[in-house]
Design a protein around this ligand. Sequence first.
Ligand code: SDX
Length: 384
Amino acid sequence: MADSEPTISKGLEGVYIAESSICKVDGQNGRLYYRGYPIDALAKHSDFEEVTYLLLNGRLPKGKELEDIKKQLASARDLPQGIIDIILEQSGKADPMDTLRTATSALSAYDPETPDMSPAANMRKSLRIISRVSSIVATIGRVAAGGKYVKPDDSLGHVANFMYMLNHKAPDKRQLDIMRDMFIIHAEHSSNASTFGTMVAGSTLADIYSAITAGISVLKGPLHGGADEAALRMMKQIGSPENTEKYIESALAGKQKVMGFGHRVYKAYDPRAKIIKAYLISLQPGASQELKTYTAIALKAEKMMVERLGASHGIWPNVDFFAGPVYTAAGIPVNLFTPIFAASRSAGWAAHMLEYWQNNRLFRPLEKYTGQVDLKYVPIKERE
Ligand code: SDX
């Protein structure tokens, strides 16, 4: 029977790959739920350790359980010297996302449980990775700023310790509030490209270190996690609110993608962008001139893009658009934005991997072959 004409879904648009109870992305109404809890409530009341427990275990922790996960994450923070050496060696030479990918991959050499694929071992390894990816990102930022490795402070929570290892001083209240929010908001988003990449790797029964290394590799691209850095670089390039209209007009006329806008699933305002934008507005009193300028540019670009492409094309601000100015307010350098996204999303990657392994099937899609068949081999001498 001749092959029936296959339908190809470019980029797997509209294709369901699994059932999951981890995250609901309501693209039409612009709503987001982690295990049923609206993101706004979690951003307001929770912290990264509690959200990590929720994503990995499917419910909010009780007192002792929250204490235990905080202890487990804290106990894995300190980096082996071999990992620190990778960061020192690559600093100034490699993109921070490349160093993060390399260092995270190398973590497997320091975990005797790497080959143990039992659910209990996979949970323990997941927590070690979630803890250490944050330590790696903080150390990359610290070394890039000319500092030395800072040993973790176990008296601090996960995000506060991240900032301590980054700056060698505990964050002030404003920095901590900002970063706590950003770690929660970036932790999970259903089957996005980097989570899918993680799941593809793990579906071969490769270990969790291999799977999460794949996730980091995928997240780097500017169409995905790299958009937060690209959006701020765009704002730097625009330079002033007065230049915004001309810049956006020419980008759209040239069919260029304006970074921080649009989404494969959200055809309404990304609820995370709403939270981050509100945060940015709340930071205006007493803000630096730099932050005020970024904010004015961002609001002008948002107004233009929403008027031109919002309701008509379903292109709205996404999680990456306002993130840059908010990270800037917390003193985060632009090339650390995507690594921080990875540090947070390591919780979501791990949650999806642990869930998928409960009913694992190798991912192996098809391609519609358009080439020739049964060609006759011609020896090189006869090819001239
Ligand atoms: C994240 O999947 C997730 O959940 C990801 C994420 C998560 O938490 O994991 O939410 C995080 O990655 C957010 C997205 C960050 N990326 C960017 O901001 C990069 C800019 N955005 C675009 O590249 C784009 O919107 C994507 C990649 C996000 C979505 O792309 P699609 O679904 O493949 O859509 P498309 O590229 O086919 O665009 C459809 C149309 C095109 O116009 P036509 O060719 O049909 O005329 O919309 C246009 C595009 O040109 N378009 C844009 C645009 N995004 C889409 N035009 C201008 N600026 C944009 N940003």
